[in-house]
Design a protein around this ligand. Structure first.
Ligand code: SF4
Length: 368
């Protein structure tokens, strides 16, 4: 709906895989993932959270499968949602087989950790029959002891890459190539170095993230820095922002990162000035009110909230919808560069903005 977008164009070329209805890698858009934090055995609570994640725009949803009761619960969850689901499994191949029987769309499992070649073959055959891909998820906190010892006792980028390549070799040895890979460390430079190192060695799509990034504020910043570097280099086919919070916040943060690089369009984008002594509108409270009011809007509308006439009209004119403080209590509303309204009563300004957003949103739905 807004201006021509400049996006990152040198995306790493990868083979394409599918997680259910979502294409990953190749020329597919970068997909947003999250993970439920309900007890997977609680089908009701898990389905409820899956629905909340889908409403927020989440495209692939991972669930922890720590035991057989959780694996069996996947049958009930599958019956109640079409969401692309990935079962997260460690060590126990029987859980992977049960998750596949339940109809999950992807497995996150490291083949080197499930107890030998026969078990790998069994899981790979069951996954292949169903067209289900496997994500190899290397985590800096759980590297093999021999690799840690060889690389100085720390989860270095080199050790993570070597671990990933071992798991890849196991799957390739049984002819399985429906793979994606993640290399997550809690440290941004290590994570970035690991993905950079692996990128030229394989053509599998990458799931990228900074693991255990932290709380909403710190974790979002850390993830934005790490994922921003990788995405700007064309690395990354699916992303997760790991936050110690409601997973819906992970989805919101992921889209903000992708939108900041013009890699995806999703819902409104709010531009707001940082305020200074010229602010005529109380931009801080207005921007927060606008942000809260547009939470459920799906249309990719760019909205600018600017405090005064210095930068205000210029920025407001470039947005789909802009407001700028104009002095003496008057505010101007711009739509696609044209001034459409003067609001003389500050208390009516939020209502006027919401009214215009609703009109634009309705028009977008008609066009879409
Ligand atoms: S738009 Fe005006 S109020 Fe906002 S930061 Fe710039 S000069 Fe200050």
């Amino acid at each position: 709906m807004s201006d021509t977008l400049h996006a990152i164009t040198n995306r790493r070329s990868t083979r394409a895989i599918r997680v259910g209805r979502v294409a990953i890698g190749g020329s597919a858009p970068i997909a947003v993932q999250s993970m439920t934090n309900t007890d997977t055995r609680d089908v009701e609570a898990t389905v409820h959270q899956i629905e909340a994640l889908l409403t927020a725009g989440c495209e692939v949803i991972r669930l922890a499968v720590p035991d057989m009761e959780s694996a069996r619960a996947l049958h009930g969850i599958r019956e109640r949602t079409y969401a692309p689901l990935i079962a997260d499994i460690h060590f126990n191949h029987v859980l992977a087989l049960e998750a596949l029987r339940a109809g999950v769309d992807g497995l996150r499992l490291n083949p080197g950790n499930i107890g030998g070649a026969a078990r790998v073959k069994e899981v790979v055959e069951a996954a292949s029959e169903r067209g289900v891909p496997i994500r190899i998820g290397v985590n800096g906190g759980s590297l093999e002891k021999d690799l840690l010892a060889r690389y100085g006792g720390r989860p270095s980028a080199e050790a993570m890459v070597e671990s990933a390549l071992r798991h890849v070799a196991i799957l390739e040895s049984v002819g399985f190539r429906d793979i994606k890979i993640s290399l997550k460390a809690t440290d941004v430079p290590t994570t970035v170095a690991a993905y950079r190192l692996l990128a030229p060695k394989v053509d599998y799509p990458f799931h990228i993230g900074i693991t255990e990034a932290g709380t909403r504020f710190g974790g979002s910043i850390k993830s934005a820095v790490g994922l921003g570097i990788l995405l700007a280099e064309g690395i990354g086919d699916t992303i997760r922002v790991s936050l110690t919070d409601d997973p819906v916040e992970e989805v919101r943060a992921a889209f903000e990162i992708l939108k900041a690089l013009n890699l995806r369009r999703h819902g409104p984008t709010l531009i707001a000035c940082p305020t200074c002594g010229r602010d005529e509108l109380d931009v801080i409270s207005l921007a927060k009110e606008v942000e809260a009011a547009i939470g459920g809007v799906k249309a990719p509308i760019k909205i600018a909230v600017m405090g005064c006439v210095v930068n205000g009209p210029g920025e407001a004119e470039q947005a789909d919808l802009g407001v700028a403080g104009g002095g003496r209590g008057v505010s101007m509303l711009y739509r696609k560069g044209k001034m459409i309204r003067r609001v003389t009563d500050r208390s009516q300004l939020l209502a006027a903005i919401i009214e215009e957003v609703k009109k634009m949103s309705d028009e977008h739905e008609i066009v879409a």
